[in-house]
Design a protein around this ligand. Structure first.
Ligand SMILES: [Zn+2]
Ligand SMILES: [Zn+2]
Ligand SMILES: [Zn+2]
Length: 148
């Protein structure tokens, strides 16, 4: 979960005027737990009685994605969602399919695998994305609880 100030200063620091609407979007994003959709951000801003336009939400999410403060993930359901992100280091997300919590993980031995992909395809690989989905420990415990 991101701090609203980081998001607010990012939206302000990207050479864009920080409007009240952008600030409301940043605050709505900061209160999201786990992955979230543009609709979730709209609903959060509505519940705070700070209604912002759909276009503003989408533009802000795009801007934050460009700055790597949020990252787009394609859910197994086919829906598109976003997760809050650490902008600095290259990483991947492990996303819980039930509650949406996401954990950032590093390369974990991916380097040699990329080397094998280069060797077998002749490509020079310069970037990659990896999204991993499953059940987080809390949701596993919940599921066990329910079936017991
Ligand atoms: Zn990320
Ligand atoms: Zn979970
Ligand atoms: Zn990687």
């Amino acid at each position: 979960m991101s701090k609203p100030n980081a998001l607010i200063s990012a939206l302000g620091g990207a050479g864009k005027r920080l409007t009240a609407a952008r600030r409301a979007v940043a605050e709505a994003i900061a209160e999201q737990d786990g992955h979230f959709t543009a609709e979730d951000v709209l609903a959060a801003s509505r519940s705070r009685r700070r209604v912002v336009g759909r276009a503003t939400v989408f533009r802000s999410l795009e801007l934050l994605a460009d700055l790597h403060l949020v990252e787009r993930v394609d859910l197994p359901s086919g829906d598109h969602a976003y997760v809050a992100c650490e902008p600095d280091a290259h990483h991947h997300h492990v996303v819980c399919s039930t509650c949406g919590r996401s954990v950032e993980v590093g390369e974990l031995g991916l380097g040699p695998i990329l080397g094998r992909i280069e060797a077998s395809t002749g490509f020079v690989i310069d970037s990659h994305r990896l999204e991993v989905f499953g059940q987080c420990p809390d949701c596993q415990a919940d599921a066990q609880h329910r079936s017991a």
